[in-house]
Design a protein around this ligand. Structure first.
Ligand SMILES: NC(=O)c1ccc[n+]([C@@H]2O[C@H](COP(=O)([O-])OP(=O)(O)OC[C@H]3O[C@@H](n4cnc5c(N)ncnc54)[C@H](OP(=O)(O)O)[C@@H]3O)[C@@H](O)[C@H]2O)c1
Length: 309
């Protein structure tokens, strides 16, 4: 048996409940993982919020897209991973649990130097950041504007863009300006007058923009500052992307899923070597997942929220 956190209804985080579920032995091509840490992401609460529908047939909603842990058993035909290996599980579903059975294709080996919490919080945001930066072709010599640079995705995007040789301007709240500066970007406070503040710190102009926030302000400022619309991407404002003719990534797009699978090994290697940092904002016991969701949906400290089974 394992404790697992699922949503028994649609709505707020009060829908989350801890249940005991049977853990089957891993079948052919599967792996049983004892979970040490679980990454918390906004998609986790969006899944049961009603944003993607509220079909009662789909209840309970299994929550959790990334985790890290130790392999406890392997099914037939699994040769690339052995019992006792430390691994990252991503992508996944229903990973808010003490033990999970997952396909071996969801497993990436965890470097010894990467902590459990960092490992659990790396790949969803890191894969999204790589996918978005590749979509707008961020490279050496570019000046790129990243909206939400203090966020989970934004913090990884800033570090990756700087590593590519780009100059980065990153928006964040007033409390997170130093955090964004330490990641390697020039910080700018979001809110009224954003366009002028960005122009001031980047007189050379903005070549590309990544929106991780989804507000009209982030989209409008990107459209005002970036000449070439193929160099604007959002991960959150899907409606505006369609209306205004710029790119979006994720949201079930198969090309994004493929790009993120490909990005895993390099992200893990870079994080294991200390070249990429995953800041941990706060950890919660697994059974307090509802509290974690409620705090993540409001203004919260910069960095990842992690659940510990
Ligand atoms: N399309 C995809 O594949 C994909 C993948 C991952 C995430 N997402 C989505 O992307 C969004 C961000 O995810 P995340 O994990 O990075 O979230 P997060 O860690 O909560 O970060 C949120 C960011 O938004 C900023 N922010 C908050 N209110 C703002 C406002 N009014 N104006 C401008 N910036 C504001 C925050 O800045 P301060 O904290 O400094 O105020 C912070 O930088 C979520 O909607 C998530 O569902 C999409």
């Amino acid at each position: 048996m394992t404790k697992s956190v699922v949503a028994q209804s649609y709505g707020t985080s009060e829908a989350l409940t801890v249940v005991d579920v049977e853990v089957p032995p891993p079948a052919s091509g599967e792996v049983l993982v004892e979970v040490k840490a679980i990454g918390v992401n906004p998609i986790d609460y969006k899944l049961y919020s009603g944003a993607f529908g509220d079909d009662p047939e789909k209840l309970p909603v299994r929550v959790g897209g990334e985790a890290a842990g130790v392999v406890a058993a392997v099914g037939a035909g699994v040769t690339e991973i052995a019992v006792g290996d430390e691994v990252i599980v991503s992508p996944g579903t229903g990973l808010y649990a003490e033990k999970v059975v997952v396909p071996v294709s969801a497993i990436t080996p965890k470097p010894a130097g990467l902590g459990w919490e960092q490992a659990a919080g790396l790949l969803l945001v890191g894969g999204t950041a790589v996918d978005a930066l590749d979509t707008i072709g961020v490279g050496s010599g570019d000046t790129v504007l990243i909206h939400g640079a203090s966020g989970g995705v934004g913090a990884l995007a800033v570090q990756l863009a700087v590593a590519r040789g780009a100059t980065v301007v990153g928006t964040a709240g007033a409390a997170n300006q130093d955090y964004v500066r330490n990641l390697g970007a020039t910080p700018v406070v979001y809110g009224d007058g954003l366009e002028e503040r960005v122009r001031e710190v980047a007189p050379q102009g903005i070549d590309a923009a990544l929106d991780t926030v989804g507000t009209d302000e982030a989209v409008d400022v990107s459209l005002a500052l970036v000449k070439d619309k193929t160099r604007i991407v959002t991960i959150a404002a899907f409606g505006r992307a369609q209306e205004d003719g710029f790119a979006s990534v994720g949201g079930g797009n198969p090309a994004s899923a493929e790009a993120r699978l490909k990005a895993r090994a390099e992200l893990v290697e870079q994080a294991g070597a200390g070249h990429l940092t995953v800041t941990i904002a706060k950890t919660f016991p697994l059974i307090d997942a509802a509290q974690a969701h409620s705090e993540l949906a409001q203004p919260h400290p910069a960095g990842k929220f992690i659940l510990i089974p």
